[in-house]
Design a protein around this ligand. Structure first.
Ligand code: IPE
Ligand code: IPE
Ligand code: MG
Length: 247
């Protein structure tokens, strides 16, 4: 039986988040500059998005550029920003054909104007699509997001719209940029690194973590199926004992 048909569609994660890593090392193994790796990463984005939508995943969040990534060589940052514009413009048609809605999280107003504009256009042009939401984390940092949420809540308290004693996990979650989205049940990181790198710290409280050695540009539908099957073999106990879980 092929991998795809082994997936239990009743137990599909509603939200999958991916730290797309290893583009630079992939390029190196091909004797090419790092940017070559980023360019080839686009194919993996396309395949993964398509596979997730076909299965019926509701949200796919891709870590595309962290706030810390501004510290990379200027040439690489510029190339990544240009690639973002190019890719969004090229893919809007396909996103609409597949009814995929584009969304972004992160401090996107700080992106170069061209990238920001392309992103807003992509979001606007796909806003009515309902099959799946593709969330791009751009200039994203989870610690930044948590501080922003705190600031927003503090403003509400200051304006007497909220009592400090009423602040709970729901209010906090609703102040994050992922407001309204289910938390990811599955977090994938490629390239063999086993760290979170400031991604979705609040939202992954109970996510299953899946690490694979595959470099992002080599990631294909089958790799996504493997990750989902691995996730489905796990027992998610949420603090309970195994015996307490309804089988
Ligand atoms: C991930 O690949 C892409 C981004 C961070 C934008 P890397 O560029 O981090 O590739 P490695 O980790 O150096 O191989
Ligand atoms: C994390 O990858 C950010 C993205 C995938 C966009 P990095 O390659 O930047 O992470 P570190 O610096 O190795 O932790
Ligand atoms: Mg990396």
């Amino acid at each position: 039986m092929d991998l795809k048909s082994q997936i239990d569609l009743e137990k599909l994660p509603r939200h999958i988040a991916i730290i797309m890593d290893g583009n630079g090392r992939w390029a190196k193994t091909h004797g090419q500059p790092r940017v070559f790796g980023h360019k080839n990463g686009v194919k993996a984005v396309r395949e993964t998005t398509e596979a997730a939508a076909e299965l019926g995943v509701e949200y796919l969040t891709l870590y595309a550029f962290s706030t810390e990534n501004w510290n990379r060589p200027k040439l690489e940052v510029n190339a990544l920003m240009a690639l973002l514009v190019e890719t969004i413009r090229k893919e809007i048609k396909t996103l609409n054909k597949n009814s995929i809605r584009l969304k972004a999280i992160g401090d996107i107003s700080k992106l170069p104007p061209k990238s920001y504009k392309a992103l807003l256009e992509g979001i606007e042009d796909t806003k009515d699509n309902t099959r799946m939401t593709l969330v791009l984390a751009l200039n994203y940092s989870a610690q930044w997001e948590i501080v922003e949420a705190t600031r927003r809540i503090a403003e509400q308290v200051k304006e007497n719209k909220l009592n400090p004693e009423d602040i709970d996990q729901t209010i906090f979650a609703n102040a994050l940029s992922t407001m309204g989205m289910p938390d990811p049940e599955l977090l994938i990181r490629t390239s063999g690194e086993t760290r979170i790198s400031n991604f979705l710290l609040w939202q992954i409280a109970y996510a299953e973590l899946y690490f694979t050695e595959t470099f992002w540009p080599d990631f294909r539908k089958l790799h996504l199926y493997e990750a989902i099957l691995d996730y489905q073999r796990r027992e998610r106990r949420f603090g309970k004992t195994s015996e307490q879980l309804v089988k």
